[in-house]
Design a protein around this ligand. Structure first.
Ligand SMILES: Cc1ncc(COP(=O)(O)O)c(C=O)c1O
Length: 422
């Protein structure tokens, strides 16, 4: 068997729309853009939806619409896809990373104040031109909402504007309210590994007229209300969604409920198939998550199991970790992470060899090459993120995966772990 990590769910309905648009020859700025946006607006009961060409563009436009300035700070998790923080760099602003919760993998809201009040925190050594923290980028990682009540209280206290990166979480609900609707504006992304797809694409949702107006204008080369093709009233980009993508999105939105339900079943199957397997830690769904929109299925190797091959101190096994690793301990920390990663990567390699496509999700953003070069980040700056990231494996997960395929995935993983012990 060869089972891919992800795969879009496409039917004859999508094919028909593509054919219709193909025949119309109206490939840009056509009627499906508005139809798609109206579907999104109706589903999320928001005033505005602005369709764009990617989730990254959507996040960038919101920051621009909120008048981001050079050397502004933006609170964000380092355990995310890179664009959550890159959009700050686009504008010479600074991502202010805060470490994550070791169980739900979202930003640890309890660490924000602690980190910012600790003048020895590496983040102050790394970022020396910070003017003012003005934004909070809330990422609902892998589809799981952050604790929005808590996040909103912190943001209000600090007067931070909230941008919601719900790119991985379309349809997830926090206390029965859709994610994407908690901040000034929210985003969803539609790359083919996402719950629903438009090929490439993204959307901004907001109830704020000004954000909607500015985003729409900037996505369209800064054109103003007149919509004259060669009249540009502000600096803009070409971030428009094309008509074929919008047509796809229009149909996929009609199928969203069905798709989310099927994905939920797939996730449930994995929970059943992995039941009582103590070598693996399964995703933790918080009680406040009243509906989970599954983006990926990420399992983690248990530290107790890895401890059989790599000696791990008790505190680390229990995720009893400091805000950052002290200078004296950094070499030990790096060595330990490298040893753990070696085990995880060997397992991922073996899975891929046996036809179970898997990937390490995510690699910490602060340790990406250009973040290291730009800011000087290193291992030990965000220990929970680094440790979790050394253990996580995204396994095949998509709407139309068959139960037999899931059985094969689980059996193969269990077999490889057994073999590893010998
Ligand atoms: C958390 C998160 N933010 C932003 C994005 C960016 O979306 P896109 O790839 O459409 O630019 C993604 C997509 O992978 C994502 O997972």
């Amino acid at each position: 068997m060869n089972i891919s990590l992800s795969s879009a769910s496409l039917t004859e309905k999508e094919k028909k729309i593509i054919e219709e648009i193909f025949n119309s020859k109206r490939l840009a700025l056509g009627p499906y853009i508005k139809r798609f946006e109206d579907k999104i607006k109706g589903y999320f009961k928001v005033k505005h939806a602005v369709a764009v060409n990617s989730g990254t563009s959507a996040l960038h436009l919101i920051l621009r619409a909120l008048d981001v300035k050079e050397n502004d700070g933006m609170i964000v998790t380092p355990f995310t896809f890179i664009s959550s923080s890159n959009v700050a760099l686009f504008e010479n602003a600074h991502p202010i990373f805060i470490d994550i919760d070791p169980f739900n993998y979202n930003i640890d809201l309890n660490k924000i104040k602690k980190s910012l009040n600790d003048t020895n925190h590496p983040l102050f050594k790394r970022i020396n031109k910070l003017k003012d923290i003005r934004f909070f980028m809330g990422v609902d990682i892998f589809g799981q909402p952050i604790d929005w009540d808590k996040a909103i209280a912190i943001c209000n206290e600090n007067k931070w504007k909230i941008i919601e990166d719900s790119c991985e979480a379309i349809g997830s609900e926090y206390k029965n309210k859709y994610v994407g609707t908690f901040g000034e504006a929210g985003t969803f992304a539609f790359y083919p590994n996402k719950q629903i797809t438009t090929g490439e694409g993204g959307v901004i949702i907001t109830n704020d007229d000004e954000i909607a107006k500015l985003s729409r204008s900037m996505a369209n080369q800064g054109r103003g209300d007149s919509n004259e093709w060669l009249e540009h009233v502000r600096l803009g980009y070409n971030y428009r969604m094309d008509e074929l993508s919008a047509g796809l999105g229009y149909v996929q939105m009609q199928r969203l409920e069905y798709i989310l339900k099927k994905r939920n079943n797939v996730a449930q199957n994995y929970f059943d198939l992995f039941k009582n397997d103590e070598k693996i830690v399964l995703p933790k769904i918080e009680e406040y998550t009243t509906n989970m929109s599954w983006f990926v299925f990420v399992i983690r190797l248990s530290l107790n199991w890895i401890d059989k091959f790599v000696k791990i101190p008790e505190d680390i096994i229990n995720f009893n970790l400091p805000l950052y690793i002290s200078e004296q301990e950094r070499d030990n920390w790096k060595n330990l992470l490298n040893k753990i990663k070696k085990v995880t990567y060997a397992i991922i390699e073996e899975l891929n060899k046996r036809g179970v496509q898997s990937k390490n999700y995510f690699s910490p953003v602060h340790l990406q090459k250009f973040y290291r070069e730009l800011y000087g980040y290193e291992e030990g700056d965000y220990p929970v993120t680094e440790l979790i990231s050394s253990l996580t494996i995204a396994i095949p997960f998509y709407t139309d995966i068959k139960f037999e395929e899931q059985e094969y995935v689980v059996k193969t993983i269990q077999k490889i772990l057994d073999e590893f012990e010998k």
